[in-house]
Design a protein around this ligand. Structure first.
Ligand SMILES: NC(=O)c1ccc[n+]([C@@H]2O[C@H](COP(=O)([O-])OP(=O)(O)OC[C@H]3O[C@@H](n4cnc5c(N)ncnc54)[C@H](OP(=O)(O)O)[C@@H]3O)[C@@H](O)[C@H]2O)c1
Length: 322
């Protein structure tokens, strides 16, 4: 292990506030422990939770308020740089991806990171590092949301924000289950949503209940007023999962008052789900859209992009060329 890097570049939240509180830093990098792998990260992805935490909102921010600078990010794809003594199924140079440090540790905005070998997926040959970095948090959220509301063949499923990071994967997974899928987006995203296999609904063209017959299932990726308004489009007794945690209680209470079954959720890292979706990508059954890629050093722009609320697919950070 003599040639391993002793330090790593990272992009850290130095104080809670605007995106420009993100700054590059250099940190000491220990050798991987026996059950760990050191990953040379090629790409990390940016999720809305990263920006919310940077702004000082939510649980990860509360738990880390006395722990700044703190390195955000949960999605990595890269190459194995070194393996710990107990690791037998991964070799140096292998392409891997993972959903790491969720929710309190983060750490994916790093050139190198030590990760439990058990948390890493091996990439199929024809899956790009960009797709693999886009997938973990967003894909597992989409998968677990569909599981929560038990999406089945022939269910009529309405997905709010069907063009976003989670939404564009949720649409494809629901279509793969042979559900009848409706998804909201702006005029700019109608063709994209249709191409994913859903009926696109332009949320600026009037109330959803006037644009779609009542649905069995609502997957709410917006929350707040948008999520509350969408409840009117669900059949009596229908199932609702509301994903943004900050408004989940409010949406669930109103849903229950309307006679719907509603739950919030917090995604939980699951390597089997990651492996299954990587295989779907390899087989051409799932695709991941990358809206834009910024170098790690331009993470400020990446956060501003995700905070626009207009991302189609995912925002990536190119880490290795920092
Ligand atoms: N609880 C959990 O474990 C968990 C996990 C993952 C994500 N989340 C949360 O889930 C939410 C979605 O995450 P994400 O990564 O998918 O976000 P995202 O990628 O930032 O979503 C962007 C999308 O939202 C769409 N959008 C904006 N306003 C809309 C509206 N009024 N109606 C319909 N679509 C609209 C945009 O489409 P247009 O440009 O066409 O408007 C854009 O494509 C975030 O709040 C995130 O924090 C929670």
């Amino acid at each position: 292990m003599a040639s391993l890097p002793a330090s790593t570049q990272q992009l850290a939240i130095t104080a809670f506030g605007e995106a420009n509180t993100l700054q590059l830093q250099t940190s000491v990098l220990p050798e991987p422990q026996d059950d760990q792998v050191m990953v040379a990260v090629d790409f990390s992805s940016v999720n809305p939770i990263d920006a919310k935490t940077r702004a000082g909102l939510g649980w990860a921010a509360a738990q880390n308020q006395n722990n700044l600078p703190w390195v955000p990010g949960y999605d990595i794809a890269g190459h194995v740089a070194a393996v710990g003594d107990n690791v037998t199924h991964l070799v140096v140079g292998e392409r891997v991806s993972g959903f790491i440090g969720f929710p309190l540790e983060g750490g994916a905005y790093s050139q190198y990171v030590n990760v439990a070998a058990a948390d890493l997926s091996i990439l199929p040959d024809n899956v790009s590092l960009q797709a693999a970095a886009s997938l973990p948090l967003a894909g597992q959220t989409a998968w677990q949301a569909l599981d929560k509301v038990k999406v089945n063949a022939n269910d009529r499923v309405l997905i709010l924000a069907g063009a976003g990071g989670v939404g564009h994967i949720a649409v494809q997974l629901a279509v793969a289950k042979q559900a009848q899928v409706f998804a909201t987006g702006s005029a700019d995203n109608q063709a994209f949503i249709e191409q994913l296999g859903a009926t696109a609904i332009d949320y600026r063209q009037g109330e959803l209940m006037e644009q779609v017959e009542p649905v069995d299932v609502l997957i709410d990726l917006m929350g707040g007023e948008v999520g509350l308004a969408a409840l009117a489009a669900v059949k009596p007794g229908g199932r609702v999962v509301t994903i943004p945690t900050i408004t989940a209680d409010q949406v669930c209470q109103q849903a229950e008052a309307l006679g719907l079954r509603a739950e919030g959720m917090l995604v939980s890292p699951n390597i089997e789900q990651n492996n299954a979706m990587l295989e779907m990508i390899a087989q051409g059954q799932l695709s991941v859209e990358v809206a834009v890629t910024y170098p790690l050093a331009e993470g400020v722009k990446a956060h501003q992009h995700i905070e626009s609320g207009r991302t189609r697919g995912k925002v990536l950070l190119a880490v290795s060329n920092t």
